[in-house]
Design a binder for this molecule. Structure first.
Ligand code: ADP
Ligand code: ZN
Ligand code: ZN
Length: 728
């Protein structure tokens, strides 16, 4: 029964893992509560920040059970616009996730906490007439003030520019304003001041026109361009158009794609500094970027996944670069695909969205193939460089040194002798993935995961790459005591050692998470590569992304064979993407490139298609297989994931959950153990829900998920729903 209330009832989202909202009474003051405003409330014994999602006039709870909110920390301002709230509403319904967590995911961290507040609008400063006159006189005793005046005269207008003069700039500035030597006003948006780019190639021009035609309405575009085909150049032209007509634009890039090179290219071409945001920034800077976006001062925001939810009142275009990249899917907590939510956001706003890549995900590929997305192909490299040539080495016929065949070694030598660069790709860091005893067969396994410990020789450590547990490398076999421990397989650290011995004169740069820890380190290394001297690059997939190394003329792919026969149906797709991306690093300039692929399966059909006919043919072939086996994107999936210390608890929960799965077109399968059943000491299993179309899947999930928390076994496990899962 619902009864009416004297005060408005505020339906509030709180950052708790519960699938519900919480009702509070408005307080009687001059603030008119609205959806999107923050509130401070009592929750149990804690005080918390919440966000109003709805204002209603009744509650399911009786009046005496409702408490009033404590305060509205932002006075009358909202932190979520109607548009963002609508998008978030779609998110929590679609992803079946606790709505409070979905809402809070969209806020900068400082606004999630008590004490954080919306920063005042940024100001800009200018000299007054008397200020200019003061500069004509000698500084006298006011040296600090004088310096700041001079700085403003020479063009510093914002707080962040003045901060460079002195850390006490605020105090000094306050004096200058008291004297009326300096005036302040609200900061204006940066002016677009583009420099001319190159003459576009026909394919680029066509893509630009095709996409521009849809400005002002919702439309999805796939910009499918081989590496170096000038996709970024097309983005720049699009952004110019959007910004020129007063719009804001959002460019999302993968986690590793946000490099100083990219930013300086945008700055140089557009003539102003884009606002950048990603989860590695300090909370203060993230809040600042958020406020700039919200006020419209940020005309262009470049950011990673989390930037998708920034408030942008004039947003007119969303671009997602490297749309196939796995970092666009958030893999824990609120699991969502920023690619799919970006398309949803564009639809809600009625603006175009551009997905760019050389290797479309099969989801996007099929959306383009069936005409839902416009498909713009760029098949020529913009610099006129030829596509790299593939050479397949059958490992059966090769002698090997630490994973590198003698033929590959010879080619590396020849490349270096010509003064060129070679890139050796192996997607495994450390010295060796396994350390084992040749007497008794013991090997170092992680105690907490179903995984080998990776041997890191330089640091004399065994490390689990899944849970980060570490141990010392034993001297002798811990099982039989024999002095017979050996490496099995190889990682980048070992390649570095072998290649360093083989080519002692050549500088060798290793790119992996062990050598590139700090920000900036990647850029330092890649600057060295770009300087153009002959060198060897050894690295993991870190090398496959974004960077152009014009002097690299040889790429050796050491081993990707596991993917050919993996239990994960997406492994083949990912392998194809990785191969094409790595190969794309080679020969981007005038020098032709060669890519050597070492494999035990040179006859593998799909691999053959990829090498002989390219990614599009490969993707079509993989699609046919998916279609025949009814796998995504030709079916729709969701997982109910669960983990606990004990396997029996997980299985009991999933079995109970399966029992109450509602009847319909979507079917439930399992329970199955996760691909890595034990991880970080927990046993992980899942149920798979699959349907031929989306509607029944969602209908049944909506009926099912709310029941799960009251299952008897639910208290003993952790569980989560993953809609459109990417891993298993
Ligand atoms: P992608 O983003 O597809 O990898 P880029 O936009 O980075 O490609 O272009 C690759 C290189 O080609 C860059 O150095 C870029 O400046 C250059 N480039 C792009 N378009 C043209 C063009 N139309 N004419 C000449 N050079 C171009
Ligand atoms: Zn042993
Ligand atoms: Zn582990």
């Amino acid at each position: 029964m619902q009864i009416s209330f004297p005060q408005p009832v505020l339906r509030v989202a709180l950052p708790v893992p519960l699938r519900q909202f919480f009702d509070y009474l408005a307080i009687d003051n001059d603030i008119n509560p609205q959806p999107g405003m923050r509130v401070q409330v009592d929750f149990g014994r804690r005080k918390m920040i919440g966000v109003i999602v709805d204002v209603v006039d009744k509650s399911d709870l009786p009046l005496e059970k409702l408490s009033s909110v404590i305060a509205y920390p932002d006075e009358g301002q909202t932190v979520l616009s109607e548009e963002t709230l609508e998008l978030l509403k779609w998110c929590w319904r679609y992803y079946k996730h606790a709505p409070g967590e979905v809402v809070f995911n969209a806020l900068p961290p400082l606004l999630r906490k008590i004490g954080g507040s919306i920063p005042p609008p940024p100001m800009q400063y200018s000299l007054t007439v008397t200020g200019k006159e003061r500069l004509n006189e000698p500084p006298g005793r006011i040296k600090a003030q004088f310096r700041l005046l001079e700085e403003i005269r020479s063009g510093a207008v914002t707080g962040s520019q003045l901060r460079l003069v002195s850390s006490s700039w605020r105090k000094t500035l306050a004096r200058l304003m008291e004297q009326q030597w300096v005036a302040s006003e609200a900061r204006k948006a940066a002016r677009l001041d583009p420099t001319k780019g190159p003459q576009l190639l026909d394919e680029q021009q066509l893509a630009l026109e095709g996409i521009s035609k849809t400005l002002g309405k919702f439309h999805s575009h796939l910009l499918d361009g081989v590496t170096g085909s000038g996709k970024t150049e097309v983005y720049l032209r699009l952004l110019e158009r959007v910004l020129k007509q007063g719009g804001q634009a959002l460019l999302l890039v993968p986690e590793i794609g946000l490099t100083p090179q990219l930013l300086s290219r945008f700055k140089k071409r557009l003539g102003f500094e884009p606002v950048v945001t990603h989860s590695g920034l300090s909370e203060g800077l993230r809040l600042k970027a958020w406020a700039m976006a919200k006020s419209g001062l940020a005309r262009l925001v470049i950011g990673t996944r989390s930037a998708l939810f920034l408030p942008m009142p004039d947003l007119q275009m969303i671009i997602l670069d490297e749309e196939h990249d796995a970092s666009f899917k958030q893999q824990d907590g609120f699991r969502y695909s920023s690619r799919d939510v970006a398309v949803k956001r564009a639809a809600g706003l009625g603006v175009p969205v551009v997905l760019g890549t050389a290797t479309p995900s099969l989801e996007t590929f099929n959306n383009a193939a069936n005409g839902r997305y416009s498909w713009h192909r760029l098949r020529q490299r913009a610099t006129g460089a030829a596509e790299p040539r593939w050479r397949v080495l059958d490992l059966i016929q090769q002698t090997m040194t630490a994973g590198i065949s003698s033929t590959a070694m010879k080619s590396i030598g020849e490349t270096l002798a010509k003064g060129e660069q070679a890139l050796i790709f192996l997607n495994r860091r450390g010295y060796a993935p396994v350390i084992l005893c040749h007497e008794c067969g013991w090997y170092a396994a992680c105690q907490r995961c179903d995984a080998h410990m990776t041997w890191h020789k330089a640091t004399r450590k065994l490390l689990c790459h899944h849970c980060d547990s570490g141990a010392r490398v034993p001297e002798m076999c811990p099982d039989c005591g024999a002095d017979a421990l050996q490496a099995a397989g190889e990682g980048t650290e070992q390649l570095e050692q072998i290649l360093g011995t083989a080519f002692p004169e050549t500088p060798l740069l290793r790119f992996d998470r062990d050598t590139v820890r700090k920000k900036g380190e990647f850029d330092r290394l890649s600057e060295q590569v770009k300087a153009g001297e002959s060198c060897l690059l050894v690295g993991t997939q870190m090398l496959a992304k974004g960077h152009h190394f014009p002097q690299v003329t040889l790429v050796v792919i050491v081993n990707l064979d596991q993917a050919l026969y993996s239990a994960d149906f997406r492994a083949l797709e990912r392998m194809g993407q990785l191969m094409v991306q790595v190969a794309g690093r080679a020969g981007r300039d005038q020098l032709p490139g060669v890519v050597i692929l070492q494999t035990h399966y040179p006859q593998h059909e799909v691999l053959h298609t990829l090498l002989s006919s390219g990614y599009e043919a490969f993707a079509s072939e993989v699609s046919v297989e998916r279609q025949l086996t009814c796998l995504p994107p030709f079916s729709y999936q969701a997982l109910l994931r669960s983990d606990a210390h004990e396997k029996e608890e997980v299985r009991a929960f999933l079995n109970q959950a399966k029992q109450c799965f509602p009847a319909g077109d979507a079917m439930v399968y399992g329970p199955f153990p996760a691909m890595m059943e034990r991880r970080s000491g927990r046993t992980r299993w899942y149920l798979l829900v699959q349907a031929g179309s989306r509607a029944p899947l969602h209908r049944q999930l909506d009926e099912w998920v709310p029941q799960l928390k009251s299952l008897p076994a639910a208290r003993k496990v952790r569980w989560a729903v993953d809609v459109d899962p990417q891993d298993y």
